[in-house]
Design a protein around this ligand. Structure first.
Ligand SMILES: Nc1ncnc2c1ncn2[C@@H]1O[C@H](COP(=O)(O)OP(=O)(O)OP(=O)(O)O)[C@@H](O)[C@H]1O
Ligand SMILES: [Mg+2]
Length: 323
C-alpha cells in the first residue's frame, strides 16, 4: 500500500474526524511569518506534468514543511488529481457551486495537513456562473481558509479564459514546460495571452515562477530555462524566477501507475529533494496576505482562498459588464 494513504472506503469517517479536529484547532495564520498564498500551476501545452507536480508540491508543503495546504483541482478539461492518490472523488466543486453540497462536504483529506478539493468541471462552472450568485456562496466557500494556508491550484493547460482568470487571481504562478520546443512555444503563448488580457503591470506584481519538467539532462533544463527567461524578458517585459527542474524519470510514471504520490513512494529520492527545494522557494517570498497596489481584494488579512475568489469574481463581474 502507498505509505501515508488512507485505506479506501474509510475516507468519509477520516474526513469527518479530521474536519472536526482541524476546525476546532488553532485558526490559521496566527503564527507570525506563515505564508498564506495561492499558487496556480499552469502550462501552455497539456501533458507536461502539472497535476503530478501540483499534487507533490501540496503534499510537500503540508507533510514535509508542516504548513497546512490544499490542492484545488481546477483543471476543467480533465480533473484527475484524485486518481493520482488512488481515489475516485465523485463529489466535486461543481456540486458546491450548484448549491447541492457545502464545501466541507466535498473536501478529501489526503493527510493530516493536506486537503484535496476535487474539481470536476467546478472552476469552469464557476467561470460560467453568474458572479453575483457565486458571491453569495463566498462565506461558506471561504471555510477552506480555516484549514489550509497554502493553496496549490492545478489550473490546466492552454489559453482558455478560465486558466487566465485563475492565474491572475492567484498570488504566484508556476509556468510549467518541458524542454521541447512545442511545449516552450505554448508556454510563451500562455504568458503572452496573460499580458494581452491584463497588461504587464498587473502580471509583474505577481511572482512568476518557471519550472522545467522531464529534462533529459541538467544542461538541457538550464538551456530551456535560459531561453524562456530571455524571451519573456525581451518581448513581454516579465521576469521568470527559476523554480528548478525535474529530470525525465521512470519513477514518476511508476508513482502515477501505483496511484501513490512520488514524494511518498520515493521519500528519499533526488526527485523528492528537488520538489522540496521548489516548495521552499515558493514559500520564501513575503506573506501575500497584504494586497499590493492594483490588487482589488479587500485589504487586510483575508485568507488566501477568499482573496483568490474575490479577485476571480471581480474579474468575472467586469467581464460580464463588458460582455
Ligand atoms: N518528470 C517526469 N518524468 C517522467 N514522466 C513524467 C514526469 N512528469 C510527468 N510525467 C508523466 O507525464 C504524464 C502527464 O503528467 P500530468 O498528468 O501530471 O500532466 P498534466 O500537465 O497535468 O497533463 P494535462 O494537461 O493533461 O492535465 C504522466 O503520465 C506522468 O507519468
Ligand atoms: Mg493535469
Amino acid at each position: 500500500m502507498c505509505p501515508g494513504s488512507h485505506p479506501s472506503g474509510a475516507v468519509e469517517s477520516i474526513q469527518a474526524e479530521q474536519l472536526r479536529r482541524a476546525l476546532a484547532g488553532e485558526p490559521p495564520g496566527v503564527l507570525a511569518g506563515r505564508p498564506r498564498k495561492t499558487v496556480a500551476v499552469v502550462s501552455g501545452k497539456g501533458g507536461v506534468g502539472k497535476t503530478h507536480f501540483a499534487l507533490n508540491l501540496a503534499l510537500t508543503i503540508g507533510d514535509r514543511l508542516r504548513i497546512p495546504s490544499a490542492l484545488v483541482d481546477a483543471d476543467f478539461g480533465l480533473a484527475n488529481a484524485d486518481v493520482l492518490i488512488g481515489l475516485d472523488a465523485r463529489l466535486t466543486l461543481a456540486n458546491v457551486l450548484r448549491g447541492e453540497l457545502l464545501l466541507k462536504e466535498i473536501l478529501v483529506p489526503v493527510s493530516d495537513r493536506v486537503w484535496l478539493v476535487p474539481g470536476g468541471s467546478g472552476i469552469a462552472d464557476l467561470a460560467e456562473m453568474d458572479a453575483g450568485r457565486v458571491r453569495k456562496l463566498l462565506p461558506e466557500l471561504s471555510c477552506l481558509d480555516d484549514l489550509a494556508e497554502v493553496l496549490v491550484i492545478d489550473a490546466g493547460a492552454g489559453i482558455q479564459s478560465a486558466v487566465r482568470e485563475i492565474s491572475i487571481a492567484s498570488d504566484s504562478i508556476v509556468l510549467m514546460t518541458t524542454p521541447e520546443p512545442t511545449a516552450m512555444k505554448d508556454a510563451y503563448g500562455m504568458l503572452k495571452s496573460l499580458v494581452q488580457s491584463y497588461g504587464t503591470g498587473r502580471l509583474a506584481e505577481k511572482e512568476l515562477f518557471l519550472f522545467i519538467n522531464m529534462a533529459f539532462s541538467e544542461i538541457e533544463a538550464r538551456e530551456a530555462a535560459f531561453r524562456m527567461q530571455t524571451v519573456s524578458r525581451k518581448f513581454l517585459g516579465l521576469e521568470l524566477k527559476e523554480l528548478g527542474y525535474l529530470p525525465h524519470d521512470i519513477r514518476v510514471s511508476r508513482a502515477v501507475k501505483a496511484k501513490c504520490p512520488l514524494v511518498r513512494l520515493y521519500p528519499h529520492s533526488e526527485l523528492t529533494e528537488r520538489i522540496e527545494r521548489a516548495a521552499r522557494r515558493v514559500l520564501a517570498s513575503p506573506d501575500a496576505a497584504m494586497p499590493r497596489a492594483g490588487n482589488d481584494a479587500t485589504p487586510g488579512k483575508a485568507g488566501a482562498w477568499r482573496r483568490f475568489l474575490q479577485v476571480f469574481l471581480a474579474g468575472r463581474e467586469r467581464g460580464e459588464k463588458e460582455g
